[in-house]
Design a binder for this molecule. Structure first.
Ligand code: DON
Length: 584
């Protein structure tokens, strides 16, 4: 059995640098999914549900629902709260996506508040003096910071899709209080600050907030974020312009430039959230609504499900044949990701064909049922031609059947780790999601080419996959995850667990996760698999020719909701401490 315990190439480098390839992956012995499997039951509620990575944020969301807010109102309040309580991914200085389902109008929309490359970024920005790609420029300096989208995104969500019962000020108020009064450092926060202390403490402006007497904050300490409280207050009073124009924007652009970046206040002033059509698909009687480019997530999810629809999974979710088929589908879909996906404002992504049943049938026919196809023999399956023309995920469902699937990120844990002096805002390092040079792996080992080259005003390609499934026109599943390249396959596993294996939402989320991204040609599996499956089952899986890397961290954090005849059921991924699903 091929196993490598240590992380691979670029990942190892990032870990050595004090940041992780899997920014949510704070090692946590207490969240042993083998021990938890079957023991965790979904939370059930009648009216509405919020599932997030952080108990305080979940409670804030539920309070908004109880006061008559809709799912969007609650999601906006949760988004601002997470910027305070879950600083490794919740943010004002990063970006994200919402997929929203509006039940009464039967309308689905995608909100794109992805970070944007400053005007002075170009295809050579991340090369060293010898023309070689230098990943640390993207992950460890101001060059990797994209113009933050979250403040605009949350404000736009409220303005366009909120119930109208709450002002931005109402929904930011709980976050301001938490930032000003401070939050107790609990186990999950302690672990993350401690694990990523090298990322954080190298910046004096950050150390002032996250350390005491030179040491990372620990349990028993209070995390007080006064500058962040002031920034939030300015946004609450004066709207997003308070963030995008004037003093705060000047401080952010200055901090980025002092850290070696090229962002100007003008880049920040230009930021705009985009409202897009969702990517649509269907799978065994369910409608899929998910995130379009600049994320690859939704299209790949649909493509994967289309391929898998032609198979049955009678052996169960962990049967060697099931895993083989999933991995083979993944290899083919991620090959397409590397070739075709990028910012749709700059390139033409052949979405219609990539998500078609016909194309999936063609890919399915190429799958050898008995043997893996080496990645080197898999090429992107379409000839390009023009067509008409660390992250956290949370899910919300309200009493009227509206839903929000939300994934937000700073990219790696705590992003660049740099708090822009005087603002409390932690800045992202999202531009590492560009293909820094053709075929060169990014922090998640993902490769890409021309379609995702760095460029001025461009959005780096994402894998974030906030997803809503409908059954007979009504919300059924709301899901998504952090985990960089593994996000899409984590969502696939949850969707398949619910639909193919009829699991309740807790059991679907607790299924051990398996991932392949075409390159490197290696199956990444959660370590739990090793202990959950009898050895002969692994041996059977390996007879298909798969090389397995048992990854040292859990994969993903899929805080999900499933609407059932028994009620609205939810689970916050038990892989991390301090998460909460709650309803009313
Ligand atoms: O947009 C993306 O695909 C990545 N920047 C997401 C990063 C991420 O999920 C980190 N969390 N584990």
């Amino acid at each position: 059995m091929a196993r490598s315990v240590s992380a691979l190439g670029a990942f190892a480098l990032l870990i050595a640098l004090g940041t992780s390839a899997f920014p949510q992956a704070v090692p946590d012995p207490e969240t042993d999914i083998v021990r938890l499997a079957g023991a965790i039951k979904p939370v059930v509620a009648k009216n509405g549900m919020v599932t997030t990575q952080d108990a305080i944020a979940t409670r804030i969301g539920v309070t908004i629902l109880e006061k008559g807010g809709n799912a969007v109102d609650a999601a906006v309040a949760v988004g601002f709260a997470l910027a305070v309580t879950h600083p490794r991914a919740g943010n004002l200085g990063g970006g994200g996506f919402f997929v929203i389902w509006l039940a009464e109008k039967q309308q689905a929309v995608a909100l794109d508040f992805r970070e944007i490359a400053p005007a002075a970024i170009n295809a050579k920005s991340f090369l060293d003096e010898n023309g070689k790609p230098d990943i640390s420029k993207a992950t460890r300096t101001g060059l990797g910071v994209g113009v933050p989208g979250s403040v605009s995104g949350l404000a736009t969500a409220l303005e366009k899709f909120g119930s109208g019962k709450f002002t931005l000020e109402d929904l930011i108020a709980p976050a301001i209080k938490l930032a000003r009064d401070g939050i107790p450092v609990e186990s999950d926060l302690e672990r993350s600050i401690n694990f990523f202390q090298k990322t954080l403490l190298r910046w004096p402006s950050t150390a002032k907030i996250f350390a005491k007497d030179g040491a990372p904050l620990k349990q028993g300490d209070l995390l007080v974020q006064r500058d962040l409280a002031n920034t939030l207050e300015a946004i609450a009073k004066n709207g997003p312009d308070a963030f995008y124009k004037g003093e705060i924007a000047d401080k952010i652009s200055l901090a980025v430039r002092e850290a070696g970046g090229v962002m100007t206040s003008d880049d920040i002033a230009k930021y705009k959230t985009e409202i897009l059509d969702v990517v649509r698909g269907n799978y065994r009687g369910y409608d899929i609504l998910s995130m379009p480019p600049p994320s690859s997530g939704g299209a790949l999810l649909v493509q994967l499900l289309n391929i898998l629809e032609g198979f049955d999974f009678k052996g169960g979710p962990n049967a060697p044949h099931t895993l083989h088929l999933m991995v083979e589908a993944m290899k083919r879909a991620y090959a397409d990701r590397a070739e075709f996906f990028g910012d749709p404002a700059f390139i033409n992504v052949p979405l219609t064909r990539l998500t078609s049943k016909e194309y999936a049938a063609q890919l399915r026919a190429g799958i050898n049922l008995a043997q893996t196809t080496p990645s080197s023999q898999i090429k992107a399956g379409l000839t390009p031609k023009k067509e008409g023309d660390n992250t956290t995920h949370f899910s919300v469902v309200d009493k009227d059947g509206n839903a929000v699937a939300a994934t937000v990120t700073l990219n790696l844990n705590f992003g660049l780790g740099l708090v822009a002096e005087g603002t409390g805002v932690l800045l992202n390092n999202e531009l590492d999601d560009f293909a820094l040079a053709p075929g060169v792996p990014n922090a998640f080992g993902l490769v890409g080419g021309e379609a995702n080259a760095p460029g001025p005003g461009k959005k780096p390609l994402s894998s974030m996959t906030p997803t809503i499934l409908l059954k007979d026109g009504k919300v059924s599943l709301v899901t998504g995850s952090p985990g960089g390249s593994t996000i899409i396959t984590t969502v696939l596993r949850v969707v398949s667990g619910v639909i193919d294996h009829k699991l309740n939402i807790a059991d679907a989320v607790l299924l051990p996760r398996i991932h392949h991204q075409w390159m490197p040609d290696e199956v990444r599996a959660e370590r739990a698999f090793e202990r959950m499956m009898p050895p002969e089952q692994w041996i059977a899986f390996e007879t298909y020719g798969h090389k397995v890397d048992f990854f040292r961290f859990n994969i993903g954090a899929a805080n999900s909701i499933l609407v059932t005849p028994e009620g609205i059921t939810g689970v916050s991924d038990p892989r991390y401490l301090g998460t909460l699903a709650a309803g009313h």
